[in-house]
Design a protein around this ligand. Sequence first.
Ligand SMILES: Nc1ncnc2c1ncn2[C@@H]1O[C@H](COP(=O)(O)OP(=O)(O)OP(=O)(O)O)[C@@H](O)[C@H]1O
Ligand SMILES: [Mg+2]
Length: 398
Amino acid sequence: MSKIRVDSVYKIFGDDPDTALKMLKEGASKAEIQDKTGQVVGVNNASFNVEEGEIFVIMGLSGSGKSTVVRLLNRLIEPTYGTVEIDGEDITKMNPEQLRALRSRKMSMVFQRFALFPHRTVVENASYGLEVHRVPEAERIERGSESLKRVGLEGWDNNYPGELSGGMQQRVGLARALAVDSDIMLMDEAFSALDPLIRREMQDQLLGLQSELKKTIVFITHDLNEAMKLGDHIAVMRDGAIVQIGTAEDILTNPADDYVASFIEDVDRTRVIIASSVMRNPRETVSVADGPTVALRKMKDAQLSECLVLDRNRKVVGVVRDDDLARLSRERAESIESVINTDVPRSAPDAPIADLYAAAAETTIPIVIENEDGRMLGIVPRVSLLAALSGEDGTNGS
Ligand SMILES: Nc1ncnc2c1ncn2[C@@H]1O[C@H](COP(=O)(O)OP(=O)(O)OP(=O)(O)O)[C@@H](O)[C@H]1O
Ligand SMILES: [Mg+2]
């Protein structure tokens, strides 16, 4: 069962949602509806699932409906149409009591500019979420202090927010969400106001925490690099609609439309494209059992001066050169084993191609992509790396 299920949700802001909804379903655009009826389309037919323990990123331009979606998840905003389920329960049917429990126990929120109380200490701020549902003070302080430790603010408990840098204050916000220990964290541009370096630090910290705590996180951002770094799945929104949902790899290699493509222009492609998506089959390989004359002939036919040598399990033993084979052939040697160079760069299929560059710089031998038991899956020649970097291999969809 999915942790969060959003099914065919619409949100129209204004006093005549029915007319707007009808127009939307007939295919009118957000701008058209706003022109003709004054109603604002916040969310247009959004459906998605968030699985337990994943980071689900929502990205899109300003006004595309990201914050509205997040507020629909804890019913700070009522959907005009559609259902939202948390742990299989339809929250649109919850009474105020159930809703209060949902918001205070199951979910916590972190915003872009986290409002800390200036006259409360850091630990009081961090434990504020517990005050709301009446956890005794001593326990509150203990849990607040614990979560401050988690975000790297050990020892700052009794300082005041004004004594902390912006980045540290944002950590207090994160600590506050952690102290509640809710299953679900909703993070709306939580890192967007931070300097780039601190921002990256916070991203790493979140990933570190996540590997331990395994929360279900809905994370909103404008920034594709952030989305790619954090998101197990990414949903891209435009004019209230979700135009694409997929992994970073899906979105990068197969953007649904020009809007999505325009987002991925500035991303560091080398960190998100993985080896398996640029590898190909070698033109030819030789077998360790081949004699030098047979091996040489295969290479000549394939016009290769260097060639990978495989054993019978498709494991790469090494590489041979045509001039060495020609010599062995003249000497009437029976085996090619004496000239196999075993120094071959190797990588796993899920390695980001950034990790392959160092290997590619040192040798002309293509990088061998192999699975865990050493069987060759394919190769990545140097030229493919360069092509992937520039998007000329077609992975940018254009
Ligand atoms: N309370 C409201 N009343 C009327 N319209 C609203 C309200 N809240 C949001 N909207 C409209 O709904 C649309 C989506 O807004 P939303 O805040 O969800 O966008 P966003 O993607 O979070 O943008 P940003 O990146 O700027 O935070 C916008 O057109 C906005 O003007
Ligand atoms: Mg927003």
